[in-house]
Design a protein around this ligand. Structure first.
Ligand code: ZN
Length: 200
């Protein structure tokens, strides 16, 4: 896995990029939480469940079924998130799917159980470019930990921030393109009415 904080990158960058009118703060927070949720399965290690087991790490919580089921359930409560059902579903789906996609790009561990319950097989993406994160926190103080953090900054946070800036730019452009239409629909007709009534 990438580190748990890095799993928040996708919803965070997308949510801040689209802005609070499209992704309200509550939905943004839910996206961040749901993007980190699948790694709750590491608790299975404490219960003695093997890594490769379907209820082990990167098992059913990383499956496509889980990724589609949870946002569909959350969609029923879309009013709580102050967004439309379609926005809630799509934002949470992308947030949750991003987790297993990022895991599949890492250089270690077992693959992701995308096809559970139909197949127990674990999958990786064609390219493994993100250095796999250690389970132990103290490992981040070593050279290996530093390499993991740099790898995540390069492959996840940097593209995420670029995407966020592009989306923010798109919002600014859209707002500025609304100005002429405001001029055409509000200001110019008002001036015409004023001229007609007062300058005859
Ligand atoms: Zn994971």
């Amino acid at each position: 896995m990438p580190t748990i904080v890095t799993h928040a990158a996708v919803p965070l960058c997308l949510g801040l990029g689209f802005g609070s009118r499209i992704i309200p703060p509550r939905l943004l927070l839910a996206g961040v939480a749901i993007a980190m949720l699948p790694d709750a399965d590491v608790l299975a290690f404490k219960l003695g469940v093997a890594y490769g087991h379907v209820f082990g790490h990167r098992g059913f919580t990383h499956s496509l079924l889980f990724a589609f089921a949870l946002p569909t359930l959350a969609m029923l409560f879309h009013r709580q998130f102050r967004a439309s059902a379609a926005t809630v579903w799509s934002f949470l789906l992308v947030s949750l799917l991003s987790h297993s996609l990022l895991d599949s790009l890492t250089t270690g561990g077992k693959g992701v159980g995308w096809l559970w319950p139909w197949r127990d097989e674990r999958f990786f993406a064609p390219w493994q470019v993100i250095r796999v994160a250690p389970f132990k926190l103290e490992a981040y103080l070593t050279a290996r930990g530093e390499a993991v953090i740099l790898s995540e900054l390069y492959w996840v946070w940097l593209p995420g921030v670029v995407l966020m800036l592009v989306l923010m730019g798109w919002r600014v452009w859209r707002r500025s393109s609304e100005i002429p239409s405001f001029l055409e629909t509000q200001i110019i007709p008002s001036v015409r009415v004023y001229k007609r009534c007062c300058f005859r």
